[in-house]
Design a protein around this ligand. Structure first.
Ligand code: C2O
Length: 581
């Protein structure tokens, strides 16, 4: 029985600016003043010669760069501004392969119009109710609902053929995700600095808006304003397999680019939320999943940003894996990996951000991700669930609405989903009661320590084998502390995973539903310039100490278990510090 305190994962994405020297100088006038003077280049004005335009942007950046004498972010931070669609780079979509940034041969830029407006949430009388996708018995009313969903996706796909420039078309909708994640958009006024909606506090609000417009468009294409996207209830054992309605070849909701072993008739049809797990016993998989859910929703986050993701502001370089919240990096990413086809070069479709939106299952998955945000909000906790930072609230995005109008939306307007006119059909959340079972008898630290080494002796090290290390605690026994695994250097081209346990006498690393499990580090191969990344893994220990019923000890024994490619990881050191709020 165990507990995944945190799982940190990253999808193929855009974590660093292409050229950080191009970022905005600290002392330039505010963005709004300059925005109106920017010259505009339409996506097609240079005959698709996107390279020219990129060069031009680089030229601009060079000018900025010349005056950029002050390094770091400017003191007066700003929200992330909506991208300037006229500056979308049709050749800008990239991913990582073999340690190199490679161009993807895909133009993710939306059609451009300079008629734009602020979006106003329309009034409504009946909320759209998103139903659970996986349910035991299928009542006729639900069969009808799902058929409607499939019908609407068909309408959307038809637009790809009849009018590829219609922003409501399926491919155009899928490309939105690529444009916001794989490099085509720069941050306005920061040429060369990618706009990235993952690995930060923008993750939930961006995807809420994305689904909102997708749903409204589907509804309008079938003339049913009550239409709602089903949610893939993968947090419930009943939902821990691919929803059937998506799995019939030749139907609109089907996508051939999925892991063949994970379809309902495949060899491993049970969802695993633990990337890289080799457990095959369905009971253990489900128990591990429920523990992971408990931990990422309740056990691990000790602040709103722990759950939502770290601050990300105008001029910031996109964060790497560690900027994402517990839910994004945990179950969210795990489902992407689980669905994408590992036989495809870039794990298309779900396993890479540029292609994820091409799988209709993406929207069903993200409806549940969004539902997790709503559930977390309502779970009582001893910290505030609100982020009131104006840079968060004023961050904004651009979407096409159901009438093909280009509209600007803010994070502030996405915080209350009920105002947006939809709700979730309630379904069971057994993970809420899945806190790992508390140990009655504390571990015997003295005998555990005999097999462990000191920090000074052991680190730095390459994680070729499981290691056990004695780590001093700032306070004795049960305290509000954080384990920090420092200077983790990984090869960016490799899938890497290791698990972390505290005072573990049983040594069963595949069973994460146990009190001793502190969390894991997962890195998917991803796009960055450098061959290696350096980062820290922080795991809050307060609840774990309760679970393992720690005695009044002055130290713990930390076990670090390489799960995938340990030889591609070096760790600088390990320490325990008082938790910083
Ligand atoms: Cu934008 Cu699930 O990713």
């Amino acid at each position: 029985m165990a507990s995944l305190q945190s799982s940190f994962t990253v999808l193929a994405t855009t974590p660093t600016p292409r050229n950080s020297s191009l970022s905005k100088p600290s002392l330039l006038p505010t963005t709004n003043a300059r925005r109106s003077h920017r010259f505009r280049v339409s996506c097609s004005s240079n005959g698709g010669g996107g390279v020219d335009r990129r060069n031009m942007l680089l030229g601009l950046g060079g000018l900025y760069g010349a005056s950029n004498l002050i390094s770091g972010r400017k003191a007066n931070a700003d929200p992330i501004l909506p991208p300037d669609l006229s500056q979308c780079d049709p050749t800008g979509a990239t991913t990582t392969s073999g340690g190199q940034t490679v161009s993807l041969d895909v133009d993710c830029c939306p059609p451009y119009t300079d008629i734009q407006s602020d979006y106003k949430l329309p009034s409504f009388t009946t909320p759209r109710v998103r139903p659970a996708a996986n349910r035991g018995t299928l009542k006729p009313e639900y069969i009808a609902k799902y058929q409607l969903a499939i019908q609407s996706v068909k309408r959307m796909r038809d637009l790809d053929v009849t009018d590829p420039d219609d922003p409501r078309g399926f491919t155009q909708q899928a490309n939105i995700h690529c444009a916001y994640c794989n490099g085509p958009y720069d941050q306005p006024d920061h040429p060369g600095l990618d706009l990235q909606v993952h690995n930060s506090w923008l993750f939930f609000p961006f995807h809420r808006w994305y689904l909102y417009f997708f749903e409204r468009i589907l509804g309008s294409l079938i003339d049913d304003p009550t239409f709602a996207i089903p949610y893939w209830n993968w947090d419930n054992p009943r939902g821990m397999f691919m929803p059937e309605m998506f799995t019939f070849p030749g139907t609109p909701a089907y996508d051939a680019n999925r892991d063949p072993s994970h379809i309902p008739t495949g060899t491993n049809p049970v969802v695993t939320l633990n990337v890289g797990s080799t457990v095959t016993d369905p009971v253990q998989i489900i128990s591990n999943n429920l523990t992971q859910m408990y931990n990422e929703m309740i056990g691990t986050p000790a602040s709103a940003t722990d759950f939502m993701g770290q601050p990300y502001r105008d001029g910031d370089a996109p964060h790497g894996f560690s900027g994402g919240g517990t839910s994004e990096q945990g179950s969210h990413t795990a489902i992407h990996v689980w669905v994408g086809d590992p036989n495809n070069e870039y794990n298309e479709d779900m396993g890479n951000f540029y292609s994820a939106g091409r799988d209709p299952l993406f929207y069903c998955h993200h409806a549940n991700v969004d539902r997790m945000w709503t559930l977390w909000k309502d779970i009582p906790a001893d910290y505030s669930k609100e982020i009131t930072d104006p840079d968060f609230l004023k961050s904004a995005f651009m979407f096409y609405d159901k009438n093909k109008n280009l509209v600007r939306v803010t994070v502030a307007d996405a915080l209350d989903y009920k105002r947006m006119g939809y709700e979730y059909e309630p379904s069971n959340t057994p993970w809420m009661n899945y806190r790992p079972q508390q140990r009655l008898v504390p571990a015997n630290l003295e005998s555990l320590s005999k097999t462990a080494q000191t920090v000074a002796k052991l680190f730095p090290l390459t994680l070729n084998n499981t290691v056990k290390v004695i780590v001093p605690k700032p306070a004795t026994g049960k305290a509000d502390e954080t384990l920090v695994i420092e200077n983790i250097v990984t090869d960016n081209t490799k899938l890497v995973k290791f698990g972390v346990f505290i005072n573990d006498e049983d040594d069963k690393p595949e069973e994460v539903d146990r009190a001793e499990y502190a969390g894991s580090f997962t890195q998917l191969p991803h796009r960055v310039k450098a061959k290696q990344s350096t980062g820290n893994l922080r795991l809050n220990l307060k609840e774990l100490y309760e679970n393992i019923n720690i005695a009044d000890d002055k130290s713990v024994v930390v076990t670090i278990v390489p799960i995938i490619n340990g030889s591609a990881v070096t760790i600088g050191s390990v320490k325990i510090v008082p938790r910083v709020a």
